[in-house]
Design a binder for this molecule. Structure first.
Ligand code: DI6
Ligand code: FE
Length: 427
């Protein structure tokens, strides 16, 4: 099979009609994932132009080139909307410490945790950071992911935060078929140089790091870790307001380890999402529902840290809060390199339905990234980022714990295995 050119980006540019598809459109309001059993989908110049039952395909498409899905489940390409893919080093030792009974917070307070990765990231070369991040990104691409968000936050100084964002941008250039959205998370931990002076570090973020990242066009979103071991509500608010003044969208790591009101702050400030949410209370759910804040669920961290309090999924569902699911891939609390496994965990551990899990890695994730006009559903006007799974039912995506065969991705009007896409250019 023809392998696409190295500069291939999502939103490939050919025109074709896909037929014999079981289409999971994921459009809002449709039940059962908007599944169309005998579906067809017309793509013009890389954009979806028509979606429906094959028997209703307008006559104007009859002469078009056809591509059969051979009865397979066809979905939007997946989106991993919360990752920390760029980092140096390993924290396997902390894994062992936690197995012996240490808590994540204890390890963080004693200089391990995020600060351990900060040391390893500051001393890594640019080539190593890019190479390792691209390798991780290819694991996601291989399982049908076309968009990945990558955060900074292991530099905590001007030079290294910018290096991390540059590495994230480089991943998009290196990994054909992947779109990267970058997030400045300089407010991830208080750097050692600012110990006891968190407010001064927040000032440096707002006055120096953020403007420099904007000037180099390195940043799409801004995030803050709002937590007792990180930053408080007023510090989070300062960072988000600076981001909004710079015209960027925002997120908050909220209510992961304790209840703080950070999700309600995200809602009040118009952040696109609040992420984690294990300790979200009823007032936070209400605020998020009112503001349309997306709830990003990160079951990999819940699992790794053996949390016993799960995010209030039933309350979020009843309130109509859009849910997203992501890997949170990072070296400490979520060394999870599979979005499909995150979907499985979201169902088994957090009790999402399989349709909610798929919605959470497509439409919900697109909203958390502000990309819902371009991707996340199969609907006219969206980019034709489409995958065909060797499966029939939506539930099969989340049901299997591991061992999925890679899906095919629509590339230049043909099916290409995501396994082949992921091998392109890999060392
Ligand atoms: N919450 C998390 O789960 C990650 N960051 C955050 O704010 C953990 C990052 C790490 O432990 O390295
Ligand atoms: Fe995170």
């Amino acid at each position: 099979m023809m392998i696409p050119s190295a500069d291939l980006l999502p939103g490939e540019s050919h025109s074709v009609v896909i037929d014999r598809a079981r289409l999971a459109t994921l459009v809002e309001g449709a039940v059962g994932g908007g599944l169309i059993l005998d579906g067809a989908l017309a793509v013009r110049d890389g954009c979806i132009e028509w979606v429906g039952h094959q028997k209703d395909l307008p006559g104007s498409y009859l002469g078009w080139r056809r591509l059969s899905a051979e009865g397979r489940l066809v979905t939007p390409a997946l989106i991993d909307c919360h990752t920390h893919l760029v980092f140096g080093g390993s924290r396997a030792h902390e894994f062992e410490l936690r197995l012996q009974g240490s808590s994540y917070e204890e390890i963080a307070r004693s200089g391990g945790g995020i600060l351990a990765t900060v040391g390893a990231t500051r001393s890594a070369s640019r080539e190593q950071l890019i190479h390792d991040a691209a390798r991780r990104a290819r694991h996601l691409l291989r399982e049908g992911v076309a968009t990945v968000e990558i955060k900074s936050g292991y530099g905590l100084d001007l030079a290294t935060e910018l290096e991390m964002l540059r590495a994230a941008r480089a991943v998009q250039r290196e990994v054909a078929g992947l779109r990267v959205r970058t997030t400045l998370l300089a407010a991830h931990a208080v750097p050692p140089e600012f110990a006891g002076r968190a407010d001064a570090y927040i000032s440096q973020i707002c006055e120096e790091i953020l403007p420099a990242a904007v000037a180099e066009d390195l940043v799409d979103q801004v995030d803050v870790f709002c937590e007792t071991i990180a930053f408080d509500l007023s510090q989070a608010e300062r960072v988000l307001e600076a981001a909004h003044r710079a015209g960027l969208t925002t997120r908050i790591h909220a209510e992961q380890l304790s209840s703080s009101g950070a999700a309600a702050l995200a809602a009040r400030l118009g952040a696109l999402s609040a992420d984690h949410l294990e300790y979200l209370d009823a007032a936070g759910v209400h605020a998020m529902a009112g503001a349309g804040t997306v709830a990003v669920l990160l079951p990999g961290a819940f699992y790794t840290l053996r949390e016993d309090q799960a995010p209030p999924v039933e309350a979020l569902r009843r309130a109509g809060v859009e849910m997203a699911v992501a890997t949170d891939w990072n070296p400490g609390s979520s060394p999870l390199g599979s979005l499909l496994l995150a979907m499985n965990m979201a169902c088994t551990l957090l009790r999402l339905t399989p349709v909610e899990a798929l919605t959470g890695t497509t439409r919900g994730a697109a909203r958390a990234l502000g990309l819902e006009a371009q991707v996340g559903t199969l609907a006219p006007g969206k980019l034709a980022e489409v995958v065909a799974w060797p499966l029939q039912e939506i539930a099969e995506l989340s049901y299997r714990i591991a061992g999925h065969d890679p899906p095919d991705r629509l590339v230049h009007g043909a099916w290409v295995s995501c396994r082949d896409l992921a091998q392109r250019g890999s060392a």
